[in-house]
Design a protein around this ligand. Sequence first.
Ligand SMILES: [Zn+2]
Ligand SMILES: [Zn+2]
Length: 225
Amino acid sequence: MAFQTKDEILHKILNMKKPECPHCKTEMTLWEVPEITFSDGLGWGTPYMFVCFNDKCSAYKEGWDNLKETTEYNASYRCINSPGTDNFEYMPVFSPMGGKGQILDNDELAIRKAYKEAMKQGFIVLTDFYISKAWDEILKMLLDPTNPPKVRLKAVDMIQELGGVEAIDPLVNHKFPFPKLQEAVDNCVKALHEKYYTKECPYCAEIIKKRAAVCKHCNKKIKNN
Ligand SMILES: [Zn+2]
Ligand SMILES: [Zn+2]
C-alpha cells in the first residue's frame, strides 16, 4: 500500500463492491480521510475508507448514549471499513455532520482537539497499566475499537514487551481495520511466539511448542525445518 499513489489506491477501490454496514445493511459510502486525521499522524494509515452514514444505523444511534457515559464529549460512532478487508470498526464523530465532508472549520478544530484529548487520556491509562505490567488490560485497550489508532499502536508495542503467551490467541483472532495496526499486531504475534518458543499448529491453529513433532491438540505430525 505504501508504494501506491493515492490515485492508484482510489482507482482500485472504485472497482470494489461497496460493503454493507453490518448493523443496518445500508450500502456504505466511500470516504476520503480528511488531511487532519490522515497526515496529522492520527494513525488511520489509509487515505480512503468506507463509512456508514445512515443516521438510523443502530451503531450510530446507540453510540450517542454509550459515549455520553464515558467521555465529556457529545459524540457517537460511525461504522467504518478499511477497503479490501472484511472487518468493521468505528470512528468517533462529534456531530451528525461529523465526517461528512461539510464540516466547518470550528468543527474540524473541535475534532482535532477531541482526538488529541482522547489520545492523551489513552496514553495516561496505558502508562499506568504498563507500570503495573497489566498486559491483559493493555490488550483490552488494543481490542477496543473506540480507542484512537495511535493509542492502539502503542498498546501493541507494550504487549510485545510484556505480553504472556495467552495474548497470542486474542491477537490472532481479532482482525484490525487499519493496515498499519494489523501489521504491528502480526509482528507482535511473531515476537511473542519467539519469546515463548511456540508456534501455531498448521492444521488446527492451536499454539504448540516450536519443537513439537506432534500437535498435542489435533495429534497431527508436524514437520520441523
Ligand atoms: Zn450502519
Ligand atoms: Zn494441531
